[in-house]
Design a binder for this molecule. Structure first.
Ligand code: ZN
Length: 194
């Protein structure tokens, strides 16, 4: 059975990966028609935003075709999403999903392949949450670093390092994330009735 993955709204999937007009004009003006691709607005990778997305898509496809790689699937999804929040964490709910997801995996020993079901139950209960601002610096490692690791063991270790690095960059939201995870896992606050 393919585990349920948090789905993104259409707005979040839409093209926030393209360069802003101002950036495009600046690149053209400074470097001419053969301009190098600007760094990704999400993670800062100099491989470029389009490359980030294509690497992510490639890794996702491999997850679903090879169980050896699927072992860190949820860790990949949450980490990539937090590094590209304009696209994948636009709403309070989607940010909470990935933020609590990464927190539960790294600090609560959650299943790195499929995540933590109690978090999804909590989110489906429409908790009263507001979207905080995301940090501008989102970690030194990017999906481009992860792609270099080819064998499953090396790949899992690379995803773990990338996830830890990204989580550290989100330190301003650790307290909030831990509070949400506690709500979800410990059920100290009742879920609002629908
Ligand atoms: Zn990126």
């Amino acid at each position: 059975m393919i585990p349920r993955i948090f789905s993104h709204s259409r707005r979040e999937r839409d093209g926030l990966f393209s360069l802003s007009r101002r950036d495009s004009e600046a690149v053209k003006g400074a470097r001419g028609a053969n301009a190098a691709v600007a760094e990704c607005e999400g993670c800062g990778s100099t491989a470029g935003a389009v490359s980030c997305q294509s690497i992510f898509d490639e890794l996702l496809a491999r997850d679903f075709s090879d169980a050896a790689y699927f072992r860190v699937h949820r860790l990949l999804v949450d980490t990539y999403s937090l590094q590209h929040p304009d696209r994948y964490c636009a709403s309070a709910k989607s940010l909470a999903a990935h933020l609590t997801g990464l927190c539960a995996l790294l600090e609560r020993g959650g299943d790195r392949a499929v995540g933590v079901a109690a978090l999804r139950t909590w989110l489906d209960g429409r908790p009263r949450i507001q979207r905080p601002a995301t940090p501008r610096f989102r970690g030194r490692l990017t999906v481009a670093d992860v792609r270099k690791a080819r064998a499953p063991e090396a790949y899992a270790a690379a995803v773990e390092r990338w996830a830890q690095s990204t989580w550290k960059a989100y330190s301003s939201l650790h307290r909030l994330a831990r509070g949400w995870v506690a709500e979800a896992l410990d059920r100290r606050i009742p879920i609002r009735s629908r």
